[in-house]
Write a protein that binds this ligand. Structure first.
Ligand SMILES: [Zn+2]
Ligand SMILES: [Zn+2]
Ligand SMILES: [Zn+2]
Length: 249
């Protein structure tokens, strides 16, 4: 946190250096065989820190972007994806719910409503409204409606993996969509209650109800030192950290 001198903000542990929440899914591909089909890369949210994240983790491709919601920490890196337009020479499809797409059009009016004579340097994006499960890279993506305070937002499920960032409640109908999830990434801002985010205890409860074998807590604030917090979490539950890689069957 800017201007904070707490133990976590001054920590030497790289896992305590947290940028904004986002994940990249690598689907398919076969690195062992140069003839095999290339992998598809699906980015979830375009965080304020997208450029730094892409440089730090060597992200060379983005084939599609999914948006959970339109809060600033999840969209403000969108302009940076024009580099991928340049590399890939095609428009990038972006998926979100109706409110998120409307907010993107308004927030990034220079992208979606550009002046007639564009000066260049504008991302080339196609917006698609999520109305139900959809297919990307040959896999089915299931949008999972969750509550973020009073605002409905989306989590996503792919196979036995689910990503539920920015969540303070899971509606009754969404539990069924999470049945069978083995690897879960879920919001756990801190221990103290917050109106729009799960606490660590809330996230542990949700993980147990879903029955996930592995759970990684995300959207963590500086109340939670990485090592000390992990030491008190139940078996199978850990804090996520920047650069964490998970193999998902
Ligand atoms: Zn701090
Ligand atoms: Zn949010
Ligand atoms: Zn957020």
């Amino acid at each position: 946190m800017i201007g904070c001198r707490c133990a976590v903000c001054r920590s030497e542990d790289p896992r305590d250096r947290r940028t904004r929440p986002s994940i990249l899914l690598e689907i398919g591909g076969d690195r062992a065989s140069p003839l095999a089909r290339a992998a598809s890369f699906v980015l979830v949210d375009t965080s304020t820190d997208l450029r730094a994240q892409a440089l730090a983790y060597g992200v060379e491709r983005v084939d599609a972007i999914l948006f959970t919601h339109s809060h600033a920490d999840h969209i403000m890196g969108l302009d940076e994806v024009r580099r991928y337009n340049g590399l890939q020479r095609e428009s990038i499809p972006c998926f979100g719910d109706e409110r998120t797409l409307a907010d993107l059009r308004r927030t990034f009016a220079y992208i979606f409503d550009p002046p007639p004579v564009a000066a260049g340097g504008i991302p080339q994006l196609s917006l698609f409204r999520i109305g139900g499960p959809f297919s990307l890279g040959g896999l089915e993506f299931v949008p999972v409606p969750i509550m973020h305070g009073t605002r409905p937002v989306l989590g996503f499920r792919v196979g036995a993996f689910a990503y539920l960032t920015d969540c303070s409640a899971i509606p009754d109908a969404s539990w069924a969509l999470l049945r069978g999830v083995r690897t879960l990434v879920i919001d756990a801002l801190r221990d103290r209650p917050h109106p729009t985010h799960f606490t660590v205890a809330d996230a542990i409860d949700a993980s147990a109800r879903i029955g996930a074998a592995r759970t990684h807590l995300t959207h963590i604030c500086h109340d939670l030192p990485h090592a000390a917090t992990c030491a008190r979490l139940p078996r199978g539950v850990e804090l996520a950290y920047d650069g964490l890689r998970l193999e998902i069957a």
